[in-house]
Design a protein around this ligand. Structure first.
Ligand code: SF4
Ligand code: SF4
Length: 458
């Protein structure tokens, strides 16, 4: 009809004014309506960090302590809060929300928006969201990854945790972890001679850049946890078989991942700086780790403290090493692979673990929530240390184990020491509780243990 109207006619002029009025009214309403995201979202997407879960370091010289009140929120967080289109994708993908917890990342963003629009500059963030909510985040990154308009939830959540930690308001279960990290530089609080015993019994050499191509980072799990040490022994066997020259650091501190994700920035920077000093002294070209949390911290977070080298997860390294390997016998074993959040979602390494499993004769089944959008095991963000306090059956790990068991495989393989511990914990609870039927028929195995066992047979 518009095309047929003569612009000079009365009907044409009415039509022109009607359209102009609608457009002008819409433009006037936009800033105070939820359609404001139409204007803001291109900027939010453009300003989104290049890497998932980027939380800038605090600058202690500027006396930064984290986020305590609304007026502490940085420009990007404010922009994020005003951009939310309320689609709910962060909410439905959040494992904490999925497990019936109080944390809802969409609500966190909208509550921030509400406080900003109400001008509540001095309102405490922990009061707005509640402390309970802030400590339920596993830092799995699903919310940020799924948000269509580039909103980053973790700088807000971890920033608020930093504010609490700086006021001595971290939850009780973290006190022991911080104490362990401060005294012994590992999460378990064990003396370093235990790590040394493992190094001696596994026949490991101290890394020497003239002699070795690869530095294997043991991490807190590799240095002290018996089950994961079995997996590392398999990795060492593969490396020796393929004549990779490798060594380990004589002394290693925790990378600081648990301190970083729980907002104890001072402790994180202390651990990171000491590790970086040691790494710079031996200058490895490649660091190999079997822990996805160490992968993220060494490979990505340490760049912000001035250290950069190639950091590779064992699944990626061994997949490349064994490309000429063909399983002689294909046992027809069916396995379900659980992607660790820090490997699948953060690092995007989803093909290599599967390629390895298939190369060694396994048929891989996929659970609900898989590849680069896995359902978390519940360990990240310091929740590993809170696990004992949670009600069994309703934990994130219980839900994940159920999803994995629903595939019907006899073996669940994962590639993170903390996923293994969480899933085994959930299995033990299932065996002790009402879900015991069939729970014991599934074995939970780390990828390198699986590879080591099968490679020996090829
Ligand atoms: S990082 Fe994971 S657990 Fe935390 S709010 Fe986002 S989706 Fe939920
Ligand atoms: S996914 Fe992003 S836009 Fe959608 S509700 Fe969550 S924060 Fe808002």
């Amino acid at each position: 009809l518009t095309w047929w109207l003569d612009e000079a006619s009365a009907a044409g002029r009415v039509n022109w004014w009607a359209h102009s009025l609608v457009i002008l009214t819409f433009l006037a309403v936009i800033p105070s309506s939820k359609h404001f995201h139409l204007v803001l979202s291109p900027f939010t997407v453009m300003l989104k960090s290049l890497e998932l879960g980027t939380v800038p370091n605090l600058d202690f010289e500027k006396e930064e302590v984290g986020l305590e009140t609304v007026k502490d929120l940085g420009r990007k967080i404010v922009l994020d809060a005003l951009t939310c289109v309320e689609c709910g994708r962060c909410q439905v993908n959040c494992p904490a929300w999925g497990a019936g917890k109080a944390l809802n990342p969409k609500a966190v963003v909208l509550q921030t928006q509400e406080a900003l629009l109400a001008g509540q500059k001095d309102r405490k963030l922990a009061e707005i969201y509640s402390e309970e909510v802030l400590w339920q985040c596993t830092t799995c990154g699903a919310c940020e990854q799924q948000c269509p308009v580039g909103i980053e939830h973790l700088p807000l959540i971890i920033g608020s945790r930093r504010g609490l930690v700086s006021n001595g308001e971290a939850p009780g279960y973290l006190a022991a972890t911080y104490n362990n990290l401060e005294r012994r530089a590992n999460i378990w609080g064990l003396p370093s001679d235990q790590r040394q015993k493992f190094i001696t019994s596994a026949g490991l050499e101290t890394f020497d850049p003239q002699k070795h191509d690869v530095l294997v980072w043991l991490g807190c799990a590799g240095g002290y946890e018996a089950d994961f040490q079995r997996s590392l022994r398999s990795l060492f066997d593969v490396l020796r078989l393929k004549q990779v020259r490798f060594g380990v650091l004589a002394k290693e501190r925790c990378t600081g991942d648990p301190a970083k994700r729980t907002g104890n920035e001072y402790l994180y920077q202390e651990l990171a700086t000491a590790n970086v000093e040691q790494l710079k002294a031996v200058a490895p070209r490649t660091i190999l780790t079997s822990c996805p949390h160490c992968l993220k911290t060494l490979g990505s977070d340490y760049r912000l403290v001035g250290y950069q080298t190639e950091v590779v997860h064992s699944s990626v390294f061994v997949e490349k090493l064994t490309r000429d390997t063909v399983a002689r016998e294909r046992p027809g074993e069916t396995v379900t692979y659980h992607d660790p959040c820090y490997l699948g979602r953060y690092a995007g390494r989803v093909d290599e673990p599967r390629a390895l499993l298939e190369r060694l004769g396994a048929t891989v089944r996929e659970p609900a929530r898989t590849r680069d959008n896995p359902y978390c095991c519940g360990a990240g963000g310091g929740l590993f240390f809170a696990d004992k306090e949670e009600e069994h059956g309703a934990r994130i790990s219980d839900i994940r184990l159920k999803q994995l068991r629903e595939t019907g495989s006899g073996t669940i393989v994962t590639a993170c020491p903390f996923c293994s511990i969480m899933l085994k914990g959930a299995q033990a609870s299932a065996l002790a509780g009402s879900e015991s039927a069939g729970a014991g028929d599934v074995q939970i195995v780390d990828l390198m243990t699986f590879v080591g066992g099968r490679l020996a047979k090829t």
